[in-house]
Design a protein around this ligand. Structure first.
Ligand code: ZN
Ligand code: FE
Length: 250
């Protein structure tokens, strides 16, 4: 049973804000409040008591609505990476890798997954099977390397891929279509990937971990097909090459 339910609120061009509700629907929480308006509108239609805000990283498209929300709704614990505390002064609950969090009676965990940024966090609620991956893992893709190395990002992604196949992934952006187009160029013989591109329809969240493991090239760096496509052997080198090609792909 999934005790926590999640609603994806589209924001800005292609961001997702996530509104979590507990089993009694009264308590709610937010992941990455890009904008205040869609959240206030959702809470007006389906009232709830906001008890926590979780931030994945410091980029403005993930926390642009934070100040206004805190002004309008009053103080709410703001969870974020201890690494980012200096650049996100609103963080009141600084988290380190492995720190426990709790929402609506359910335990979760924050994971430090650097690569896109130094302080990037993912949030995992194992009982409900939800993973909030921010700009680390996308549908058929991954985030750009702004502050981290290929090694770091590869390790972060491998760690997320260790979660059960039925894990539901709620990522920071709806980039799946463009990512599938790129994925097909480097993994052309993957029938499930071809099928996935054909069936594509928005919204693609929640993503399913099992499908990502089988079709996301950035999680398949040890597969012969991806080694062949990149001309590299070591998985981390395959990853680095894929990431560079994706940066140039349009
Ligand atoms: Zn970002
Ligand atoms: Fe982003």
């Amino acid at each position: 049973m999934r005790a926590i339910t999640v609603r994806a609120l589209p924001a800005l061009d292609d961001n997702y804000i996530y509104l979590l509700r507990g089993p009694n629907e009264e308590e709610c929480a937010l992941v990455d409040p890009s904008q205040a308006a869609p959240i206030l509108e959702e809470l007006r239609r389906h009232p709830g008591r906001l008890v926590a805000i979780y931030l994945t990283h410091h980029h403005h498209d993930h926390l642009g609505g934070l100040k206004e929300l805190l002004e309008r709704l009053g103080p709410v614990p703001v969870h974020g990476s201890r690494v980012d505390q200096a650049r996100i002064p609103e963080i009141s609950v600084p988290l380190e890798d492995g720190d426990r969090i709790s929402f609506a009676g359910e335990e979760g965990q924050a994971w430090l997954v650097p690569g896109h940024t130094r302080g990037h966090l993912a949030y995992h609620f194992p009982r409900s099977g939800h993973l909030f991956s921010g700009d680390t893992l996308f549908g058929a893709g991954c985030g750009r390397l702004f502050e981290g190395s290929a090694e770091q990002m590869h390790r972060s992604l491998q760690r997320l891929a260790g979660l059960p196949d039925e894990t539901r992934i709620w990522c920071g952006h709806e980039y799946t279509r463009a990512n599938l187009r790129f994925a097909r160029t480097v993994d052309p013989d993957n029938a499930e990937l071809a099928e996935r591109e054909k069936r594509w329809a928005p919204p693609t969240v929640p993503l399913e971990m099992g499908l990502e493991k089988r079709t996301n090239p950035f999680l398949r760096c040890a597969e012969p097909a991806l080694q062949r496509a990149t001309g590299k052997c070591a998985p981390v080198e395959v990853f680095a090459e894929l990431r560079q090609r994706k940066d140039r792909f349009s």
